[in-house]
Design a binder for this molecule. Sequence first.
Ligand SMILES: [Zn+2]
Length: 349
Amino acid sequence: MLVSKTLKCKVFNPTKKKLELLSQEYTNFQIYVQTGRDFGIYSATKATFDFKYTKKARKKKQPIPLNRYFSRFKITNHKLTPYWFRVPVKGKRGGIWLPIIPHENIDSSWEIREAKVFKRKRNFWIYITIRKEIQLKTSYSSVLALDIGEKVIAAAVLSSVRKPIFLGREVRGIRRHHAWLRKRLQERELFKKLKEMRGKEKRRVELVLHEVSKCIVELAERNNSIIILGDLKGIRKGGRGKRFNRIVNSFPFNKLSFFIEYKAHLKGIAVIKIKEDYTSKTCSRCGEEGKRVSQGLFKCPHCKYQANADYNGAMNILKRSWEHVFQDGAAAFSPEPPMTERTRAEAHI
Ligand SMILES: [Zn+2]
């Protein structure tokens, strides 16, 4: 499994001479982008730009694209910072080595790909794409099933514990608060404020999604579980009921499942997505159709089963995941038998 990410690095305390050279290169590059005139930029950079960018890109400021064959990265034991990046510039053979501080520490197991140089206010930033091959584990001792709902963002059930864990409840509060704010701002026609608020809501929700996904992956790591995710994508096309449509439209599902998948893969944990149709309506005990009587409660008219609706959903995913995992034969499994201790599970609700 090839995992890649962007390492955001700030150019930190470069010498005056280096800063001059970098600024010169950056300025000349912007002139080239907008006018096509070359006042002195590194030839490979020019070629990369010509090759990669469309005409439309030539109308606004662009970061300098750095081809990986002409730039270098190294980890040292330098006092200032261990991370250094060599940027090729016109007029200095071998380019300039710049001290950089990445937003997170990395080791030498990562492969350095292409990079981009940005200028923000007075600072320079280098965004480096890095990647590495990660071997996913082929053997797990449990399953972590996730149901993504509207009330709680994720209901997780571990096959070995069966006690549900609810994560991300605060998202609902954030969204409600912002919906309320939006309405007030609209009434007062404060459109600029309105626009600012949109970004703020997005960032707050995203922060929660990061925490939720981190928590889920840690849980899977501790319990040596494979992660099974209800995949809502399949539902989007079919239009399967109001509830699903509402969830799909109002929550950043793709983002959450992307975060989970990405973080899991970094730890060598596989994520399987299964179709989630009707998991909220199906009774996890008898398999018949039941109902969500109120927001939080699921009731089955056939076997009189009652449970928290999100828990019921996660149990359905857990149940289905057994079929999936065994059918697939993808993982060499030695888990406990599925769904034998229902009564114990129900005691937790
Ligand atoms: Zn039932």
